[in-house]
Design a protein around this ligand. Sequence first.
Ligand code: SF4
Length: 155
Amino acid sequence: MLKKEYTNGEITILWRPEKCIHSGICVKTLPKVYNPKERPWIKPKNATTKELIKQVAKCPSGALRIKQDKKSMTKIGREDNGKKGRFIIYENDKFAGEMTYTWAGKSKFIINHTGVEEQFSGKGFGKKLVMKSVEFARNNDLKILPLCPFAKKSI
Ligand code: SF4
């Protein structure tokens, strides 16, 4: 049985063309995701996971199904050479972004820049990096000077 898959990174929509009775319900209820005139005709990234699940439940033929994607694992590491360093965030061991800093004496560091790779944007990784630096500062009795506008706003 032919089965096509479309993911938003959290869940995958499975579509079985031969089961589809072309009711058009999916197109009517979530037009930003389902558009038969475009390719791919299902774009799950245009809706939240909650919206997608709610819509798939309305498919009268069972042509649409939901499959949970593998949970993504994030971790944050730190590199430091005594003068400067960076906090690095990885998703499933893939580099996703970094927050660079420079030491200003022994008890203060300056956050210079926070950047997240485009494919990982919208996941709150920038904020996670900033929170990690705050945790690091607290645990080591350090002060932060945020030059990076994003970090300044977040802190
Ligand atoms: S709601 Fe289900 S049956 Fe109707 S067009 Fe969409 S996929 Fe096909």
